[in-house]
Design a protein around this ligand. Structure first.
Ligand code: PLP
Length: 392
């Protein structure tokens, strides 16, 4: 017996349950079509909602920034790594989103790890949607606060938990995903806000899949619901619709200022590079100037979803371009994904622990980069694999 044998045994277990991650390698830029493991396939996997990951305006901005500013920031931002580009990006993001201030992080994941522990600690309580993203959960755990999960998107359950528990703690925080990434449903933010207001509790929403997708021209979930000035903290990412990398926290100036003082990933880890920041700025400019890409994304999503339903697929409860194709058991979802790949469509299966046991699915990510012809090719492949496997 070696001391790592248990790891191999665990991995063998994952493989036998159909839960082992087989990671494919992409040999082309992001777009509607990709070269994956050497094969040209239709891309239904990426979070590249607006097709910005390889957009000429973004790559040109990145190249220019690299020529003028080099690549790495060479220090954490609080010591010597804040460049004009980082400051400009934060200013423009705040304007774009209609908030008092914004701060950027290396990723959406680190934005959550920074924000939650800065706002609550051991004497406090967090009311967290049961299906919140892993990075929220990790941020909550890091904070040391008591975590109380309420039922998914269930404001009654939230209020019951608040009534039963709030008095035992110093401060509280309500946290929800904006768009739930596996089901594509949207948090009932106006109702959650009403509860937060009633009990005077800080409200934080992680809008990673709503940034660049929801609201006017992609201004996010707060704009979508017209809740400007009411949600205390809005977390977002520039790695999805924005097509680059980096996390955002937007909201009240005092909270943003506090994160510059107490957000540990800000204080102890270097920022994104100059070309990254410049590419993000170019993305903000594109979205500020036109809603065309966001409109195309939604047109594509509506078309694809209604055609999938017509074919007889169960696309769950999605209200967004995220289109889950519910299949049930993980091995079936994995086989479906493999057969789609054979048919020239790249769409990954998702199983436990990312989604609950028995709720395995193929998750289709629709993009503004898809043409109608691309979507029709995808639908054809789904139809033939679905019939072949007896799903429809
Ligand atoms: C993707 C995602 C993140 C992480 O964003 P990155 O910028 O890729 O680190 C955080 N929260 C939610 C809800 C997400 O969907």
């Amino acid at each position: 017996m070696s001391k790592t044998d248990w790891i191999q045994q665990e991995m063998d277990g994952l493989k036998s349950q159909g839960l082992y991650n087989h990671i494919r390698t992409i040999g082309s830029p992001q777009g509607a079509w990709l070269t994956v493991d050497g094969k040209k396939v239709l891309n239904f996997c990426s979070n590249n909602y607006l097709g910005l990951a390889n957009h000429p305006a973004l790559t040109a901005a990145a190249k220019k920034a690299m020529d003028e500013m080099g690549v790495g920031p060479a220090a954490v931002r609080s010591i010597a790594g804040t460049m004009t580009l980082h400051v400009e990006l934060e200013k423009r993001l705040a304007q774009f989103k209609g908030v008092e201030a914004a701060i950027t992080f290396q990723s959406g994941f680190t934005a959550n790890l920074a924000t939650v522990p800065a706002l609550v600690g051991k004497e406090d309580v967090i009311f967290s949607d049961r299906l919140n993203h892993a990075s929220i959960i990790d941020g909550c755990r890091l904070s040391g606060a008591k975590i109380i999960a309420y039922e998914h998107n269930d404001v009654k359950s939230l209020e019951e938990q608040i009534k039963a528990n709030l008095k035992d703690f110093r401060r509280a925080l309500i946290i929800t995903d904006g768009v739930f990434s596996m089901d594509g449903d949207i948090a009932p933010l106006p109702d959650i806000y009403a509860v937060a207001k009633k009990y005077d509790i800080l409200l934080m929403v992680d809008d990673a899949h709503g940034e660049g997708v929801l609201g006017k021209g992609g201004r996010g979930i707060v704009d979508h619901f017209g809740l400007h000035g009411k949600v205390d903290v809005e977390v977002g990412t520039m790695s999805k619709a924005f097509g680059v990398v980096g996390g955002i926290v937007a909201g009240k100036a005092v909270i943003i200022e506090w994160l510059r003082q107490r957000g540990r990933p800000f204080l102890f880890s270097s920022a994104v590079t100059a070309p990254d920041a410049a590419a993000c700025l170019a993305a903000v400019d594109l979205l500020k100037d036109s809603t065309q890409l966001v409109d195309k994304l939604w047109d594509n999503a509506k078309y694809f979803k209604s055609e999938m339903k017509r074919l007889g697929f169960n696309t769950g409860v999605s209200e967004t371009p995220i289109t889950p194709v519910m299949l049930g058991e993980a091995p079936l979802a994995q086989q479906f994904s493999r057969e789609l790949f054979e048919a020239g469509v790249f769409a990954m299966s998702i199983g436990y622990p990312t989604v609950p046991q028995g709720k395995a699915r193929i998750r289709v990510m629709i993009s503004a980069a898809h043409s109608k012809d691309d979507l029709d090719k995808g639908l054809e492949a789904f139809k033939s694999v679905g019939e072949n496997l007896g799903v429809i």
